[in-house]
Design a protein around this ligand. Structure first.
Ligand SMILES: [Zn+2]
Length: 234
C-alpha cells in the first residue's frame, strides 16, 4: 500500500532520503531523558504491585509536540505504517537503558472489539510488532481481552478511575503467561490507570512479572493526577 510521503510530525513533504519524519522534526523529538524508571511519579502509586518490575516511556507527550502529532497520525489518519517504525525507534533509543532486559514477551493493550473494528487496527499492536522485531520477542495478541470501554473519566477521581480500570480487561488463553516477564505496550499513558488495570488482571497468573512501556507519556504532577481532566487515550 502506498502512503503519501509526508512527515508525520509536521505534514510537510519528505525529502527523498527521509522516511516517516523530516530532519527538522527529527531533532525535535521529545525523548524522555529520565531513564531511572522507578523514579517516575507514577510508581509510588504502583508500589504495592510486587510483580511489577519496570515502567518507562520513549517520549514526553505534550499537546501539539512532535510526539503528539505522530500518535495522532497513527491513530486518526490511519498511518498504521508508522507503528512498526515507532517500535523500532523505541528499541534503538532505549537499547542500553535496561528497560527491556529479561522481558520474555510483549503484550499490546487490546482495544474492545467494537473499537478495533471501527479503527481497523490496534495501534499498540503495531508499535509492539516493531519492538518485537528488534528485540526478537513474541507479540501476544490473544492473552488479554478488553471487555469494556471506559466511560469518560473526567469527573472521576483517580481512585474511582482505578476501580473502573479493574473491570476493563479479562484474561483469555493465558496459561502461557505463567512464569514469564511480560511487557505491556501502549501508545500513550496519561494517568496510567488503564495500564494498571491490565497489570492487576495479569497478576492473577502465577509467577508473572510485568513491565509497562508507553511510547509516550504525559508528565503529570501529583496534584494534577488527582484532579486531571486529561482523558485517557484509547
Ligand atoms: Zn516534519
Amino acid at each position: 500500500m502506498l502512503f503519501p510521503r509526508l512527515c508525520c510530525g509536521c505534514g510537510q513533504r519528505l525529502a527523498l532520503d527521509e522516511q516517516y519524519i523530516c530532519a527538522e522534526c527529527s531533532v525535535r523529538l521529545p525523548f524522555e531523558s529520565n531513564h531511572e524508571w522507578v523514579y517516575n511519579l507514577r510508581v509510588s502509586r504502583w508500589a504495592d504491585h510486587k510483580q511489577l518490575e519496570r515502567i518507562g516511556a520513549l517520549m514526553r507527550y505534550e499537546h501539539g509536540n512532535v510526539a503528539a502529532h505522530i500518535i495522532h497520525a497513527l491513530k486518526y489518519h490511519r498511518r498504521y505504517d508508522l507503528g512498526p517504525w515507532m517500535g523500532r525507534l523505541a528499541v534503538e533509543r532505549l537499547a542500553g537503558s535496561g528497560l527491556f532486559d529479561g522481558v520474555d514477551a510483549l503484550l499490546p493493550l487490546p482495544l474492545t472489539r467494537a473499537r478495533q473494528r471501527f479503527r481497523g487496527f490496534n495501534q499498540a499492536e503495531y508499535i509492539a510488532r516493531g519492538m518485537g522485531e528488534r528485540l526478537g520477542l513474541p507479540v501476544l495478541t490473544s492473552s488479554l481481552r478488553r471487555v469494556a470501554e471506559r466511560e469518560s473519566q473526567t469527573h472521576f477521581t483517580l481512585s474511582e478511575r482505578l476501580e473502573n480500570a479493574r473491570h476493563v480487561f479479562e484474561l483469555q488463553d493465558a496459561s502461557g503467561l505463567d512464569g514469564q516477564h511480560i511487557m505491556l505496550v501502549d501508545d500513550v499513558m496519561t494517568t496510567g490507570t488503564t495500564l494498571l488495570g491490565a497489570v492487576e488482571v495479569l497478576e492473577e497468573r502465577p509467577a508473572v512479572r510485568i513491565s509497562c512501556f508507553a511510547w509516550a507519556w504525559v508528565m503529570l504532577s501529583e496534584a494534577s493526577m488527582a484532579t486531571s481532566r486529561a482523558g485517557e487515550h484509547n
